[in-house]
Ligand binder design. Sequence first.
Ligand code: ADP
Ligand code: TZD
Ligand code: MG
Length: 593
Amino acid sequence: MATVTPHASTNAPAPATPQAAAPVQPVETTDGFHLVIEALKLNGIDTVFGLPGIPITDLTRMLQAEGLRMISFRHEQSAGYAASIAGYLTQKPGICLTVSAPGFLNGLTALAHATTNCFPMILISGSSEREIVDLQQGDYEEMDQLAIAKPVAKAAFRVLNAEDIGVGIARAIRAAVSGRPGGVYLDLPAKLFAQTMDAATGRSTLIQVVDPAPKQIPAADAVARALDLLRGAKKPLIVLGKGAAYAQCDADIRQLVEKTGIPYLAMSMAKGLLPDTHPQAAGAARSFVLPEADVVLLIGARLNWLLSHGKGKTWGGKGHKDWGGQKFIQVDISPQEADSNVRIDAPVVGDIGSCVSAMRSGIGSGWRKPPAEWTDAINERKGKNVAKMAETLAKDPSPMTFHSALNVVRDIVKANPEAMLVNEGANALDFTRSIVDMYKPRKRIDVGTWGIMGIGMGYCVAAAVITGQQVIAVEGDSAFGFSGMEVETICRYGLPVCIVVMNNNGVYRGTDVDPTGRDPAPTVFVKNARYDRIIEAFGGVGVNAATTTELRRAMEEAIRTRKPTLINAVIDETAGTESGRITSLNPAARKKA
Ligand code: ADP
Ligand code: TZD
Ligand code: MG
């Protein structure tokens, strides 16, 4: 903080006449920039993801000078995705810092993504002068950002005066992490940063948030109702979602699963909460257990499209909207989640840690494991499916298929269970999810609730910066393109990231043609592109892998050296299917061509 004489503050009115030359004590002053930084620091925030420019360039410099990590990206969307996943991994709000209007809008996609995925994040954007924006007089990067952020944010705030920075940041933190986590927007107009006040007063306005995400203890009768239902089940099933992974109560969840003996399914980002090789894992028999189960315990998983809304054929219903007859128990922090798609017979509202431990205690010692007919039937299906998959994985065709390439990734992840796995694409996503086993909680981070492309490199940067672990990214060639320029960021910060681009020459496949013969088809890219050369431009290691031997060697080398690496894995362009596993969501064209 600067030391100046009194009245040097821009806020304080200058004295009308110079005072007689009485000796003055220097007073320490502070300003908006420093108050923002102090408020973040006071609340344990040590990393900011962003992109500099007016009016926050100096803020990025000062953040770094004050000892925070300021990770600077090539596009705000990647910075935003990085912040969102940092929030998921740490339970602290991930911070994304952008400039006004376009920078803000670039970050906004990630903010909406954070809200949709229940990740705590704060998008902080500089903004233009209020009085000009509100009269629409055409300021530099003019935009009413607060109004635009509101519909996609869990909460949105603006701070106009430096003495309110402490409150603004405290409110943003609470809103982001309490209850169901989400994305919060914090608008900081340019004028705020230069406002000065004396440092002691400034400090006294800051708030260290006490208990930002308070425990929410479930009601005893709700727990008893849930356990009664579970006790009476003949074919019970547990579904673990990314809320369960977020909650960081891994041991409690494991004990609940093991004590009850109930088979479980892990949603994509909950994979590894218990190792995928766990005897009770039912993922390999998913299409059998969903329609067959009679009581389903959802822990931190919503009955959204990813679970076919809890009804329809997936759940054994007759038609695509028919209820399959299951009873549901839903453990969730949001009191409004239950009944959003089908009836929830036993909602348990509270934080997952408290709910799971209450259920575990309620189970007591006399719990009867599920009937052997149920678990045996699941094991039989699992056995068959695993054997069939092993046969496919053992093949080593040329060119590589998704299966043969992912068999290599599967081995590498098994040998490096601490590594973070980032995954996006369509086939590149779906096949990785089913082929690559995860062994530890919160190691798999992917496209999430929306199934969006573009999270890839932002997630890689955040995963490496936050965890310090090796990162492996399995990317569709289309998916990679959304954030590909961030390989420069990865190289610049020297992060241990190994990107495998599953290059099948396009979106889903590389085989489409324009029926008129004029242009490339909308789903195809330049044939035989060499994505590996992109990273070489920035001093990283590029490898073109046409065989599984080359792929394995390149991945092992990347992990051994921890050098930024991009492997162009040449995949058979006919190998993928339309939209991967979600072909059925494509609207069918009524008019035949
Ligand atoms: P998935 O995509 O893995 O199925 P979802 O994102 O649909 O998971 O669901 C996550 C759910 O977890 C959300 O409904 C959210 O409210 C809930 N949740 C997140 N954190 C907690 C927590 N700490 N305690 C309880 N529920 C939580
Ligand atoms: N834009 C955004 C932001 N998200 C999306 N999900 C899409 C577009 C549509 N889309 C998918 O759902 S998957 C995908 C797109 C463009 C890319 C699939 O191609 P890929 O993967 O190369 O990444 P595969 O392995 O070829 O299937
Ligand atoms: Mg592709």
